[in-house]
Design a protein around this ligand. Structure first.
Ligand SMILES: [Zn+2]
Length: 340
């Protein structure tokens, strides 16, 4: 075991990295289960201002030919506005980003199951170099290039949503592992008791506790375990049709309800358990927390809990700053990287 006192007293042992700069306008696209967002990411945005322009969005088509046509229409429209150098696409699924192929499950996007060779298909349509990346990777890279983690040497970003996404920038580069499976931090096990089944088919993944779905499960259990009176009060005040949703929990928590407080406290504990383990493996200088649920994170509490679980205390834990656009920005920067 290393002397933790050394790490704690040595907050920045490595120099920061140079910020990667974009040299030409690049299209960034983020494909989600319900919506596709596309924009031009520009190199000359004034510091502190949004670096994306001409945002377009469309519903995600279920049919692969319509899907392909939607993507090319969006790109062609953006091409008319700027001299575009390349296109970066962020999508769910495990992505072989060298060949631009989607390897793993694409969740709720049936169109992509028939468009595994996405890079080749889109390049043929738009006559521009296309780079395809896993969406959590792209979001992390976006935060590193232009968001909350600029200049970090080793960082990872997590997104707290329906699941827990993760992307790693290691030594100033996107880290994808040997087979593009790196950054599946949502699926590290945080218990061996077979408490909760995960969407991946395994048991007790971090995601089954720290995600929105996990938070809801924690809430259901906490309400079930409460006294009858407390339970009835909680349901009457915060739930519709007695359903314990994350919305109910957030409302109860904001209201100072003791069950709401207990659930949110446990949720922070669940997030910290995973973060602490990841920090002990990677020793990052920066961790970014984003996703739809990040707005409900108490960062002081999470930092305190995470430090209790990690050998090093020399890391910054910060909220994401690019919001829903991190994937677009990261995909564009990665598309440029791929040209080198
Ligand atoms: Zn899992």
């Amino acid at each position: 075991m290393k002397d933790t006192a050394i790490a704690k007293n040595n907050p920045q042992p490595f120099p920061m990295t140079e910020r990667t700069l974009l040299t030409q306008p690049t299209v960034g696209i983020d494909i989600g289960g319900t919506k596709i967002n596309a924009a031009i990411v520009v190199p000359d945005a004034p510091a502190g201002e949004d670096c994306w322009r001409s945002l377009l969005n469309a519903h995600t088509p279920a049919d692969s030919e319509t899907f392909l046509r939607t993507l090319s229409d969006m790109i062609n429209q953006l091409k008319q506005e700027s001299p575009i150098q390349a296109v970066g696409i962020a999508t769910a699924g495990v992505v072989d980003s060298i060949h631009g192929q989607i390897l793993g499950s694409t969740g709720n996007m049936p169109a992509l199951t028939h468009l595994r060779n996405l890079k080749e298909r889109v390049e043929a349509e738009v006559q521009l170099p296309v780079h395809v990346e896993n969406d959590a990777n792209a979001a992390a890279y976006g935060e590193w290039c232009y968001g909350a983690a600029q200049g970090a040497r080793n960082m990872f970003a997590i997104t707290l949503g329906t699941g827990v996404g993760m992307g790693i920038v290691f030594n100033g580069q996107m880290y994808r592992g040997s087979h593009f499976y790196a950054g599946e931090g949502g699926h590290i096990a945080i218990s061996y008791r077979r408490e909760r089944k995960c969407t991946c088919g395994r048991w007790d993944c971090w995601e089954a506790f720290a995600s929105g779905t996990g938070l809801q499960k924690t809430a259901e259990l906490a309400v079930e375990a409460a006294t009858e009176t407390a339970q009835a009060e909680f349901k009457a005040k915060y739930c519709t049709n007695e359903e314990v949703t994350t919305y109910a929990v957030i409302a109860a928590w904001k209201d100072g309800n003791p069950i709401g407080h207990q659930i949110m406290d446990e949720w922070h504990h669940h997030i910290a358990v995973g973060l602490g383990s990841l920090i002990n493996v990677m020793d990052p200088d920066m961790i970014v927390v984003g996703g739809g649920l990040a707005q409900f994170v108490n960062f002081d509490l999470l930092l305190e809990r995470t430090r209790e679980r990690s050998m090093s205390a020399a890391f910054n834990l910060v909220p994401a700053t690019l919001g829903n656009y991190a994937g677009i920005v990261g995909a564009a920067y990665l598309a440029q990287e791929a040209q080198r």
